[in-house]
Write a protein that binds this ligand. Structure first.
Ligand SMILES: Nc1ncnc2c1ncn2[C@@H]1O[C@H](COP(=O)(O)OP(=O)(O)O)[C@@H](O)[C@H]1O
Ligand SMILES: [Mg+2]
Length: 234
């Protein structure tokens, strides 16, 4: 039987000299989940995502993504995932359309499928009417949507988003989450980190991280009941 877990970690640990950024993480994420990694600055969210994206090797434990070990078989993982880093680099002097074309080049996309995908993503990210605008002249929320569209260019089925809504206004945050929900409905597995507890409600399950550890991992409803409101007391 195929493994039901898209992501499975056992004792996943990453230390930097004296700091243990991720400490003994045991995490299982199902195919098609929209999983929220919630925690304050320094909790270990970015390090966790980089470990799961096979960009960084663990110093202890293992992470298996889509049945591949991140340390031993990073290449097939990289082809299947999309990773939107916290400071995703768009080309500020290029237009929306040119940025998408740049990422299509990176993934060596050609022919009709390439143009179709770019048009589809422009529409999906609600950026069609801004296609000729330079990235530098987009609002913060629109830049995040463009970054997401670029992340989706090679149709990954696992997507990591590191604090995609930090510093974005509330209306744009909501719209961004509506787009993430659309991806979730398409069956894509999403891992989204955020410092905002209110965004946990949009997830199928939530892991709360604090000082490198996974403190709680459950449905948003269960977490809400557990904490009765004030989660940032931890
Ligand atoms: N490359 C690195 N070198 C040294 N320390 C790091 C490095 N990356 C992260 N850390 C440390 O690991 C801890 C967790 O960081 P990070 O994963 O970035 O957390 P978050 O994304 O939740 O803010 C922090 O104390 C941070 O200073
Ligand atoms: Mg971070």
């Amino acid at each position: 039987m195929a493994n039901e877990w898209m992501i499975e970690t056992e004792g996943l640990t990453r230390t930097f000299k004296k700091v243990t950024a991720v400490n003994n993480l045991n995490l299982q994420i199902r195919r098609g989940e929209i999983f929220g990694l919630v925690g304050p600055d320094g909790a270990g969210k970015t390090t966790t995502i980089r470990l799961l994206a096979a960009i960084m090797d663990p110093t202890g434990g293992t992470a298996v993504v889509a049945s591949y070990d991140t340390a031993a078989q990073p290449e097939p993982i990289k082809q299947r995932i999309g990773y939107m880093a916290q400071r995703f680099n768009l080309y500020r002097d290029l237009s929306v359309w040119e940025n998408l074309n740049f990422f299509a080049d990176v993934f060596a996309m050609t022919g009709a499928a390439r143009q179709e995908q770019i048009e589809r993503l422009l529409q999906f990210a609600r950026l069609t009417e801004f296609r000729d605008r330079r990235a530098a002249h987009l609002s913060g929320g629109m830049q995040k949507k463009l970054a997401l569209a670029c992340t989706l260019i090679h149709t990954p089925d696992i997507i990591y988003l590191d604090e995609p809504t930090t510093g974005v206004d509330p209306v744009s945050r909501r719209e961004f989450w509506d787009i993430l929900t659309d991806l979730h409905l398409q069956g894509i597995t999403l891992i989204v980190s955020t410092p905002y507890m209110d965004e946990a409600e949009r997830c199928s399950r939530v892991g709360l991280m604090y000082q490198g550890e996974l403190v709680v991992c459950d449905t948003p409803e269960a977490i809400k009941a557990m904490t009765e409101g004030d989660l940032f007391a931890i």
